[in-house]
Design a protein around this ligand. Sequence first.
Ligand SMILES: NC(=O)c1ccc[n+]([C@@H]2O[C@H](COP(=O)([O-])OP(=O)(O)OC[C@H]3O[C@@H](n4cnc5c(N)ncnc54)[C@H](OP(=O)(O)O)[C@@H]3O)[C@@H](O)[C@H]2O)c1
Length: 376
Amino acid sequence: MTDNIPDTMHAVVLTGHGGLDKMEFHRDWPVPVPGPDDVLIRVAACGLNNTDVNTRSAWYSKGNSDATTGDALAGAEGDDGTWGGASVSFPRIQGADAVGTVVSVGESAEQSLIGQRVMIDGWLRDWDDPLNRSKAGYFGSECDGGYAQYTKVSHRQVHPIHTAMSDAELATFACSYVTAENMLNRAAVTAGDTVLVTGASGGVGSALIQLANRRGAECVALCSADKVDDVKAIGPSAVIDRGCADLGSALLEAMGKDSVDVVADVVGGALWPQLISALVRGGRYTCAGAIAGPMVEFDLRTFYLRDLTFTGATVPPPGVFEDLVGYIERGEIRPLLAATYPLEELHAAQQAFIDKRHVGNIVTEPFPPATSRTHA
Ligand SMILES: NC(=O)c1ccc[n+]([C@@H]2O[C@H](COP(=O)([O-])OP(=O)(O)OC[C@H]3O[C@@H](n4cnc5c(N)ncnc54)[C@H](OP(=O)(O)O)[C@@H]3O)[C@@H](O)[C@H]2O)c1
């Protein structure tokens, strides 16, 4: 390490499954020491995501069947509390969407990375078997992440980025946009497809709109009534209030047709049967989340009689992150930064994220400039 890297840092540490009180702010947490393949990053900003909320509350546990609320969940177990179905080891620093500057590198990592502004691809892989999804882990879940002043990660996961966007803006992208692009790839979305996007005001949903548009598909977005105008500004062809009585009629009114080629869903829950009914014969359903509830009513007849294709989307193949960096650098997508919070205020930031009065994403800053706060 170089001389100006401190021994201790500010970090938010998750101490176990439960409520927000399980996230503790420390001023004297040890700065990580990079291994031979790692780089050490001075974190400038780190975006929020639902994996953090779901892991903290043990929402992923098969003992839970409720919507995401962020509360500690009765019946959920700690031994299957991560996205991958394994247990988490505590203490754990969460936070997947870190952006920062490389300040030192391990002996086998590229020296030229020092001083570069980088985004982090959150997917930990076995680099001798990178396509093997069962060997994948996630930054901030299976290893410490970005809710700290410094973090370490394999040099293979850092991507230098050249853009005028701020660090906080860049920290809105990684998890949501890689997930959304992977969903569109899995559903083979191309120009001419009509894609119905759920949760369209959120991180993945707003990414789906932008990324489907950039490949020439047409989007129809579902969101709550008070966010319709903000979601329209992201660029879908039509926006439908998710409280509508009948989705088919709402589609007909908004689009002049009552069916779509693709449903890209991160919400699930009570509306799910109507999402499936809205698919054309031969349509594709792709899913990466179930924020309104993972247990849905599934009529197998609709599935097979309509020749539907279903894809789940979580671990993307290598290459999706590199594509995302290109879209950002060429200005093909834009950030939707709703608010920034000092890292010290992660409880308030995560509560705002759970309350969902925002559009886009919320970001923390571990070295906040005095003028940086953008929330009230
Ligand atoms: N598989 C993966 O790798 C992966 C990666 C990222 C995210 N995810 C999952 O995908 C889901 C969405 O993630 P995100 O980051 O986009 O979340 P987000 O930013 O929190 O957005 C979710 C959106 O869903 C809508 N929503 C919330 N509660 C709802 C409810 N009860 N019923 C209907 N809509 C509701 C909200 O919009 P409106 O109120 O406007 O409808 C909200 O903006 C989460 O479950 C997350 O865990 C999975």
